[in-house]
Design a protein around this ligand. Structure first.
Ligand code: ZN
Length: 202
């Protein structure tokens, strides 16, 4: 239906008290005492942190993009927003995914403020994610609303579930990309955007 799969009906949210009780359970599971002084306020702080980490569930990226765009006056070259800071959480382990997002599109009559592109990244990032889905969701939302001649989204990120646990490979980053329209069909256009993304970083 849309690029946004959060439209599926969800069971009602638990109360804040239930969320805090769940954190106390996890503290006990980790082997500590949720009643000791240093941990007394922790469940409340974790619940509040979750409100920030996962604020994207209450926001609609399509709406953010659709609210304002402008006519291009004939500008039809690549628009690239490079090195957008990515902070997300992997849906398998609920630990951070930290990296960079590059978003490019080839305008067709419409351009959108660059802050809007960054907000779309944030909205999808502030949900439980896998990097492949995040990459596709950002590209699809831009495609759906702006209907540009092409969209390219490239994400480079480190997954703490890989760097601090499991196989423990610090320094490894994962790179994903989604290319639509001209970036998918025209090798020269694809090369151009990849060169811009990896180009000189004065
Ligand atoms: Zn993970």
């Amino acid at each position: 239906m849309t690029a946004d799969d959060s439209v599926r009906p969800l069971p009602p949210r638990p109360s804040r008290a239930e969320a805090e009780a769940a954190v106390r359970t996890l503290i006990r599971w980790a082997g500590d005492d949720p009643g000791r002084e240093g941990l007394i306020g922790t469940p409340e702080r974790v619940a509040r942190a979750y409100e920030e980490f996962f604020a994207g569930y209450d926001q609609d990226p399509v709406e953010v993009l659709a609210r304002t765009f402008e006519e291009t006056d004939g500008y039809d070259e690549i628009v690239l927003l490079r090195d957008i800071r990515l902070e997300s959480h992997c849906e398998h382990h609920m630990v951070p995914i930290i990296g960079k997002v590059h978003v490019a599109y080839l305008p067709d009559r419409r351009v959108v403020g660059i802050s809007k592109l960054a907000r779309v990244v944030d909205i999808y990032a502030r949900r439980l994610q896998i990097q492949e889905k995040l990459t596709a969701q950002i590209a699809n939302a831009i495609e759906e609303v702006l209907q540009p001649k092409g969209v390219a989204v490239v994400i480079e990120a480190a997954h703490q579930c890989m760097t601090t646990r499991g196989i423990r490979k610090p320094g490894v980053t994962m790179v994903t990309s989604r290319m639509l329209g001209g970036f998918r069909d025209d090798p020269a256009t694809r090369r151009e955007v990849m060169a811009l993304i990896h180009g000189s970083r004065g």
